[in-house]
Write a protein that binds this ligand. Structure first.
Ligand code: ARG
Ligand code: ZN
Ligand code: CA
Length: 317
């Protein structure tokens, strides 16, 4: 029964994504109106695989129980990262320096050593995550030239038979495909529970790292921070619905996604009109507007690495 209810809530979240795109957002410019790629991809994967919803509901059930019981690991988990670079132009052939800058940003943001972590006037400083205890190490870079001008969000970049690069050891390594996605999509991720062959994160090369071709206002490497957040089971802070739930207790309810850099004191019109946590990596602001995860988000990600967790294969023995 509980299982059924959970599946229903997952399904609701999926189908609200579409509505989110063309409803209440007032700030709809081209940079901002860039869709909800991770959730669109999830919706497609659910249609292709009818067992995915219940797998994900089970992960959420397990997560909530592990969080409640405090059964969480303490040590730092080191995640080897494989970059799969697909390029047509030399500009798209992202340099090693730019890829390394992405690793450095991920390490700073996940360790809470990012320079803007202590930004003044943060009403949520008390629930900041501190160190998420996840470190990223550059493992290898695989490069392949292509004639494709853009790859879209159908995971073809992960399929060698379709001109892409197959994932390397996806149960022990985080695969990040770097390519031109198109359609204004900065990046997308696969949530825990999906197929191994497509597991990982896709980044548009223009929104990778913080140097080289990294392009403002998404030039601080935070697309990867956000997408790796999804890969670690974090939902959008607005719960992909008007006043929706991200299944994290210490993040406030948001009306919808925030774009640009919201004014300090910006409030939600949801029940209780809380101050929105627009500085959270799982919102949609510009890179310079986001600088924290919450303690509740840390607990949710940590639950993936305990015995029986969906990403326990990444935990060090
Ligand atoms: N999946 C989101 C998108 O493609 C990524 C948002 C990342 N936000 C950022 N400031 N870099 O739109
Ligand atoms: Zn997202
Ligand atoms: Ca919440």
């Amino acid at each position: 029964m509980k299982k059924l209810l959970l599946s229903a809530s997952v399904a609701m979240m999926l189908f609200s994504c579409q509505k989110e795109d063309n409803s209440t957002n007032t700030q709809v410019d081209t940079a901002a109106n860039r869709g909800c790629a991770s959730h669109e991809v999830l919706e497609r994967q659910m249609q292709e695989d009818p067992t995915l919803a219940s797998r994900m509901a089970n992960i959420d059930k397990f997560t909530n129980e592990a969080v409640k019981a405090g059964r969480l690991v303490n040590g730092v988990i080191e995640i080897p990262v494989v970059f799969n670079v697909l390029y047509r132009t030399t500009t798209e052939n992202t340099s090693l320096a730019q890829l390394q800058s992405q690793i450095d940003v991920l390490n700073a943001d996940f360790a809470a050593t990012n320079a803007d972590y202590n930004t003044a006037n943060n009403p949520y400083s008390a629930v900041r995550s501190g160190n998420m205890n996840i470190r990223f190490v550059l493992d290898q870079v695989i490069r392949k030239s292509t004639t494709k001008t853009s790859w879209g969000t159908t995971d073809t970049m992960k399929n060698a038979k379709r001109g892409g690069i197959a994932a390397t050891s996806p149960t022990t390594k985080l695969n990040i495909w770097v390519c031109t996605i198109g359609g204004g999509i900065l990046g997308y991720a696969q949530f825990p529970g999906g197929a191994s062959s497509t597991d990982g994160v896709v980044l548009d090369s223009k929104y990778t790292g913080n140097t080289g071709t990294a392009t403002a206002p998404f030039n601080l490497g935070r697309t990867a921070t956000h997408e790796v957040g999804h890969w670690l089971n974090l939902r959008h802070i607005w719960g992909d619905a008007t006043c929706g739930s991200d299944q994290v207790a210490d993040t406030p309810t948001h009306d919808s996604a925030n774009y640009g850099v919201p004014a300090v004191g910006h409030r939600s019109t949801c029940s209780g009109t809380p101050l929105e946590m627009y500085m959270n990596y799982m919102d949609y602001t510009d890179d310079r507007g986001m600088y924290m995860f919450s303690a509740g988000q840390k607990a949710r990600t940590a639950a993936l690495f305990v015995s029986g967790g969906a990403r326990v294969s990444f935990a060090q023995p």
